[in-house]
Write a protein that binds this ligand. Structure first.
Ligand code: PGA
Length: 240
């Protein structure tokens, strides 16, 4: 594991964005596994800035996102499809046909999960998977306790609902279920890049990357990945 401490959120974002940019430059038709949440917003802003300066070309890049809320369509402002357009896709020259998220509105969830697994497998492997980390150690929406290999529907834990309610008008509006990529495709990615910032992530950063490897902390499984990079700011590295 490469553990990189940076000064602050901006430095963390820049450092992580540089890894993604290097991937796109080295392999212009790469497959990027992307994440949502507050943490990667600065990374996407940095990539957009470099794109606008003419330094990056996303025209041949494919993306697969980790997860989507069940029941939210792509037009819903809190859907992850909307987030990705808003923060990245609408600002770069990626072909939207090459961007992928699970369809939260799919009527047949099992079929949608199988479709998503087949899609990822059709790419071979993900070249670089970006991940945030939940306060409870979840990655994507792989919540503590059960390690499921493929894409699946998951009931969100109360801690995730509480954490994500900040983005909704009320806690009642937070979807209770999500579709998430499973641990198999995350672990099969050629490279994994985890980002975390802020004091509130310090405890989980320590448990996940310097503690016991256990399904109770899904991110701890990443310690077994041969090419794992963790980029954190000073506050999230406080207990290391
Ligand atoms: P956050 O979410 O970036 O909004 O903290 C991370 C996660 O839950 O994976």
């Amino acid at each position: 594991m490469e553990f990189i401490r940076t000064e602050d959120y901006k430095a963390m974002s820049r450092r992580a964005a540089a890894q993604i940019a290097a991937q796109v430059i080295q392999k212009p038709d790469c497959v990027l596994g992307l994440a949502t949440g507050s943490t990667p917003i600065g990374i996407y802003a940095q990539l957009v800035e470099w794109y606008k300066r003419g330094e990056l070309d996303f025209s041949r890049v494919h993306t697969v996102n980790l997860d989507e809320y069940a029941s939210l369509g792509a037009e819903h402002e809190q859907s992850y499809a909307y987030f990705m357009r808003d923060n990245l896709f609408s600002h770069i020259n990626i072909d939207m046909i090459n961007t992928n998220l699970p369809n939260g509105k799919a009527e047949d969830t099992d079929a949608e999960c199988r479709r998503y697994d087949a899609l990822i497998e059709s790419f071979g492997t993900i070249d670089l998977q970006l991940l945030g980390i939940g306060h409870n150690g979840h990655i994507g929406f792989n919540e503590p306790g059960s390690i499921i290999p493929g894409t699946h529907k998951v009931a969100l834990t109360q801690s995730t609902i509480d954490a994500n309610s900040r983005l909704f008008a009320s806690k009642d509006e937070v979807p209770r279920f999500a579709l998430t990529m499973g641990m198999k495709h995350i672990m099969q990615a050629k490279r994994v890049l985890v980002v975390a910032n802020g004091e509130a992530k310090a405890e989980i950063v320590k448990r996940a990357f310097f503690g016991e490897i256990t399904p109770d902390v899904p991110a701890s499984i990443l310690q077994l990945h041969p090419r794992l990079t963790v980029v954190v700011d000073e506050a999230a590295a406080r207990l290391i």
